[in-house]
Design a binder for this molecule. Sequence first.
Ligand SMILES: Nc1nc2c(ncn2[C@@H]2O[C@H](COP(=O)(O)OP(=O)(O)OP(=O)(O)O)[C@@H](O)[C@H]2O)c(=O)[nH]1
Ligand SMILES: [Mg+2]
Length: 480
Amino acid sequence: MVSTARDIGTLFGEPWSRRRYCSRHHHHEDIDADDDVQMRDFIDRQLKLAPMGHQVLVIQPYIKWGANKDRSTRPEVKAEESGSLVRTLSGWKVVETMLVGLTSFRKHTFFGPGNVDAIALKVQQNKRVSAVFISVNVLKPVQHQHLEHRFRVPVYDRYLMVIQIFRQHATTREAKLQVALAEVPYIWSRIRGVQEGYAERLGTEAGQIVLSGNLGFSDKKDLLKEYEKKLKRSVDKLRGHRGHLRHGRKGKDLPVVAVVGYTNAGKTSLVRALTGDEGLAPRDCLFATLDVTVHGGILPSNVRVLYVDTIGFISDIPTRLIEPFVATLEDAMFADVIIHVTDVSHPNAAVQKQHVEKTLKDLSLDVDLLDRVIDVSNKVDRMTESLQSQQCDDDAVMVSCTTGAGLDKLKTRIEERVMEVTGRRVVKIRVLTGREEYEWLRAHTAVVGVEADGEHSVVQAVVTKSDLDVFRSLFIRKKN
Ligand SMILES: Nc1nc2c(ncn2[C@@H]2O[C@H](COP(=O)(O)OP(=O)(O)OP(=O)(O)O)[C@@H](O)[C@H]2O)c(=O)[nH]1
Ligand SMILES: [Mg+2]
């Protein structure tokens, strides 16, 4: 059973049918209006969209020493993730990777002259290189233009890379809107950067390039403002809708389990493994999932739950980029139980885990969040036994979505936590077989087992407190 967030209402109306809920194709009336064509075109150019792909020289800058040095990981590991960002895009290839040690990322020209020369030379010598990816959050406009001027090929930062991926992977209207909204602050920063370039007063080579790039920017401001307003209106509409769904969901009282984690950790694989939903397609690429989807599953005591698959986290990305997606994650925060999946076979697993935990904390207004989190270490099939035993002191449930190892244990853990959080419990009720109260239990609760006892049946069922109250008021008081 597959559903986008906005279809949850329907899903709840008819929770266990095998009907497949697909997002209907929507006309993008809000973002494809004729007026916007010019704007879209302008934005696409600013974002250096390259549907045909690129042959990329990956530059991994790192701080060599001092307080800003990142001690949690190694530049080689970061470079590997940077390469994955490139390879995730169809048609994009990594030609070569360079690690470049710096003392700061704040220089006007980003790199010192020696490094700029070395990179420029590399680009010149290797004719296959058609773009340079500098793996930092986001380059300042003045840095960006200076480097493009020197390298004479398009330059991408992490922001631009992730936007390319989002553009390729966004298929539903909601995801497309959110990506479009994530792009707007970047375009504003480009426009502002150009103005600063003016004020900064020139003389420097970088200043002059910025000045010459100014043409055509100022007349875009009003259009961009208008466009941004439209996007916000559309996104607000969707968010309002989601608010309703949230209430609807609570009302129906089906426990909700959200699956979160770093990108490529195996969230989609886990939801598929827990639900048997073959419609889910895990992929070995970053940000394969951009939409929140909901899938029905059954726990060991026949308790039915809804699993929510979510968009992945990644470090070193400007927060404003993920801001529009935060709404979808906030939604996940309302789940009864949260599963945090980590790819333990990844060399940077610990850092990725911390990053997700920190982001969750920042997102959550709810203090008891941590009590509701189950840590899951995925891809244990890739680890040697000694590594696995090292992990043993950890509270996490070790699983492999590929081999199925640990999944039963995880289901049991989920069930315990769901029961705890939602106040459900297993009860035994002795009723006359085939009578009204017997049928009521069958229809309204998760019946785990029935034992015949003469004319009676002992029904073992998972019930909420409100189920019990209703049962009492219907059948017990009536008798007395
Ligand atoms: N070896 C191994 N590979 C796994 C396991 N679980 C998932 N994978 C692989 O890891 C890759 C990513 O899996 P996904 O389920 O798409 O990961 P995700 O967390 O949903 O990723 P995003 O949606 O991109 O954030 C896929 O190639 C999976 O086949 C596992 O237990 N073992
Ligand atoms: Mg996924």
